[in-house]
Design a binder for this molecule. Structure first.
Ligand SMILES: [Zn+2]
Length: 192
């Protein structure tokens, strides 16, 4: 899909990054292994973890300005509705316009996945709503969704049709899992 272009300033894997209002909490959440973050939840097969800084939709879009590092001139930005980024870094010093990034993210879900020899909780199927109003990837200047299929592995820049395609694929997978579940229940009942 054409929207999956390379993002020059490191879009990939940088969800919830520089622009969120609580970078300390961000670091606490992502630096340790996921299994170390929620040791009390190892016994459950599925966990839902609310973000430390829940997305608080703004009542009205925020408008602010920054100094464009390329031109030296001030630029005005109107945030995407629901943007939870503080934008303090871009407000405080001249910024590259590509770094202006509005974002809102949903809650995190973890599943125990064995990647390294023993199961560890990794984030699955997280999503972010983003706008980069000055991005060199033109499609990113409109609201779009990125999905973290598994921790640090992203499907980026989804427009509504693209997101619908991903949702449809996942819904089919869930139906397959339900059939597998029924098979499992039957197999267990008949197992001697
Ligand atoms: Zn914003």
């Amino acid at each position: 899909m054409a929207l999956f272009g390379h993002f020059a300033h490191g879009y990939r894997g940088q969800r919830k990054s520089r622009a969120l209002p609580t970078p300390g909490l961000f670091n606490q959440r992502l630096q340790p292994l996921a299994s170390e973050i929620h040791p009390d939840q190892r016994s459950t097969s599925m966990t839902t973890v609310l973000p430390e800084s829940p997305a608080v939709p703004a009542d009205a879009p925020r408008t602010w300005s920054f100094v464009n590092r390329l031109t030296g001139r001030p630029e005005q930005v109107t945030c995407m509705l629901g943007c939870t980024a503080s934008h303090s870094t871009e407000m405080d010093a001249p910024a590259h316009p590509d770094d202006i990034w509005c974002q809102s993210s949903g809650e995190d879900v973890f599943l125990p996945v064995n990647e390294t020899g023993s199961p560890e909780f990794v984030r699955v199927l997280s999503s972010t709503l983003n706008v980069m109003p000055f991005s060199t990837t033109i499609a990113y200047r409109l609201p779009h969704v990125s999905i973290e299929v598994m921790q640090d592995s992203w499907i980026e820049g989804l427009d509504p049709d693209g997101l619908e395609t991903v949702i449809g694929t996942l819904a089919e997978r869930v139906e397959q899992l339900r059939r597998t579940h029924a098979q499992l229940v039957k197999a267990r009942a008949e197992y001697r």
